[in-house]
Design a protein around this ligand. Structure first.
Ligand SMILES: [Zn+2]
Length: 313
């Protein structure tokens, strides 16, 4: 049995949330850095919630291709208009990702306005998760795991195996957080760009599958006590090369947008003083550790994180 994860494997989600903190302006950075463990650990809380709350499931995807050949011109961006055109049930069935981003954005604005530390942290972590999901091409198609084209497993291959094996070589720094004028519009921009990439994610794997020796495609890996059939390192390497930097680019966009959504929500809330909300300042050694991480990240490399990664898979 193949091991399937949904939405950027845990490994990438942790990194996206954590690295986004380093793109924030000074007035936000102190608060987010002093809570960086929470922001990191809760990067995958939204995925975990799907197991206990079925209402959570459609928040992680938007099957744009259900709506025809040109979905981003066909589907109205405003929820009420889209629901009027297609029915609420249809929107829920084919995923609500862009609207979920919008909803969590305004939730974050409210949390900032209320100086509600726990709501700021929880909503920041959830919003980051959804923004990151919107950067994954296979979250935008009904063929989300290649199950309709005989490629079952491609989802976890693209968003889990590849980042796990290669993200240590990625350069994901794209400058400071930027103000987003229209959060819903931006959510749709992210979704549209990912949707455009879905075809090449699938096509590239299909072509590779035709030429790669079948007996070398899979290997057996041990995860905890389980033995699982998974893509071989050689297959992952060839696929990764054929994608020509796509995973790195999508991860970089996810980090930049995560920080930009947080930053914009804070601006829209009137730039409250977050330093006053710091309950436990970082120790000197923690601060030094983060400074080191930040410097590595900003020099165009991926910091090494010994304390998290595959532990929760
Ligand atoms: Zn997700």
């Amino acid at each position: 049995m193949l091991l399937f994860c949904s939405s950027w494997g845990f490994y990438a989600h942790y990194r996206i949330n954590r690295l986004a903190v380093y793109l924030l302006p000074k007035a936000m950075a102190g608060f987010y850095k002093s809570n960086i463990s929470f922001i990191t650990e809760h990067a995958v809380s939204a995925d975990r919630r799907r197991y206990v709350d079925s209402a959570e499931i459609p928040r992680h995807y938007f099957d744009a291709d259900h709506y025809g050949k040109d979905p981003f011109h066909t589907v109205p961006q405003k929820w009420n208009d889209a629901a009027k055109k297609y029915s609420t049930d249809t929107l829920l069935k084919y995923g609500t990702l862009p609207w979920t981003i919008q909803q969590n954005y305004y939730r974050l604005v409210k949390a900032f306005k209320n100086h509600d530390t726990s709501a700021i942290l929880n909503t920041s972590a959830y919003l980051a998760h959804y923004v990151a999901d919107a950067c994954v091409p296979l979250h935008l198609t009904q063929n989300h795991d290649g199950q309709l084209s005989g490629q079952a497993g491609v989802h976890a291959l693209w968003e889990s195996r590849l980042p796990e094996q290669f993200s240590q070589q990625y350069s994901c720094y794209a400058g400071k957080a930027r103000y987003i004028e229209n959060p819903l519009w931006q959510a749709f921009i992210l979704c549209r760009a990912s949707f455009k990439g879905a075809d090449s994610v699938l096509r590239t794997e299909r072509q590779l599958n035709k030429t790669f020796p079948a007996n070398k495609k899979y290997t057996v890996v041990t995860r905890g006590k389980r033995k699982l059939k998974d893509y071989s390192p050689a297959y992952c390497k060839t696929y990764h090369r054929a994608l020509q930097g796509m995973v790195q680019r999508r991860m970089r966009i996810a980090i930049l947008n995560t920080a930009s959504f947080w930053y914009s929500a804070w601006v829209d809330a009137g730039q409250p003083d977050l330093d006053k909300l710091i309950e436990k300042p970082l120790s000197t050694s923690q601060r030094q550790q983060l400074m080191k991480e930040e410097a590595v990240f900003k020099s165009g490399k991926m910091p090494f994180f010994p304390d998290f990664g595959l532990v929760n898979q």
